[in-house]
Unconditional design. Structure first.
Length: 284
């Protein structure tokens, strides 16, 4: 009922009458001493108390649905779901070939990808919305997940367009970099936290020119000459005629992509197969 916001819709999904749905809601409201729904002739809405209750109940509902799906698929790859949580960047530049190969092998498995930042992906996993996540590491939020598997290493790089051609054969320090407009992901991202940390380690204050939520847009802005962008190396081709990597005189750590999953919930055969395909291509 809280999802459909319709007595008729809820009754159809539950295979019971509308009056039975109504009586169940009234019984729950009486027990809690709170009104959970605002009813009118044209619509049904959740009250603030109803929204609060639904927020706590939704993860349990997702876990129940996941359990039902796993039973229905009967540990085969002839059906069921593969539910992945990952950022737009990781999906586009890393996961797409694996998703394509999986779908070609197992066309009857429904694939659902839920996008969000690396921090938000942890929430998806904890709420039971996805089977596993692929996220940047280090990621402080992922410490709450018992099981993580490293599947790729990458280096974040500084890139610029031809407007900054004079920098192509130079090595820049982090201090030198501050002379130019820096384009980077916004403060909600692990990448932003990582880059600010690199500057803080050198007692430098980074004030970016542009902060966006998309690496694709950062690359486009670097290409047209708006500044120097900081992006993962797997997002940019070395053969791109309009972009080049800026060499740095100071070394800094690489990062990783990791798979995270909930150890309290058994992985489906589809998830196991997909994760194994990521692991098998990693030689770190």
């Amino acid at each position: 009922m809280a999802k459909s916001l319709s007595f008729s819709g809820a009754s159809k999904k539950l295979y019971i009458s509308q009056s039975a749905v109504s009586q169940s809601i009234k019984s729950l409201e009486k027990k809690l001493g709170r009104q959970l729904f605002i009813r009118s002739t044209k619509s049904v809405k959740l009250t603030p108390d109803g929204e609060m209750l639904f927020k706590h109940i939704e993860p349990a509902i997702n876990l129940i649905m996941r359990g039902e799906n796993q039973i229905l698929e009967s540990n085969t790859l002839n059906g069921g779901q593969l539910r992945i949580g990952a950022s737009d960047t990781i999906c586009r530049y890393y996961l797409v070939p694996y998703i394509k190969a999986f779908h070609e092998h197992f066309p009857n498995v429904h694939i659902k990808v839920t996008n969000g930042t690396s921090a938000h992906c942890v929430d998806f996993l904890e709420n039971g919305q996805v089977d596993f996540i692929v996220t940047n590491y280090p990621n402080p939020r992922i410490n709450t997940i018992a099981n993580t598997i490293r599947v790729r290493e990458f280096r974040d790089i500084f890139i610029a367009g031809n407007n900054y051609y004079m920098l192509k054969n130079k090595e820049l320090s982090f201090r030198d970099m501050l002379q130019y407009p820096i384009l980077m992901l916004d403060q909600n991202s692990m990448t932003s936290e990582f880059l600010h940390g690199l500057f803080r380690q050198r007692k430098l204050e980074l004030v970016p020119e542009v902060e966006l939520s998309s690496n694709d847009l950062l690359i486009d802005l670097a290409r047209i000459g708006l500044g120097i962008a900081f992006v993962p190396d797997f997002c940019v081709s070395d053969k791109d005629p309009d972009l080049f990597r800026i060499r740095t005189s100071e070394d800094y750590p690489t990062r990783s992509l990791v798979v995270g999953y909930n150890s309290r919930v058994p992985l489906s055969e589809a998830s196991k197969y997909f994760i194994d395909s990521l692991k098998n291509d990693f030689h770190g």
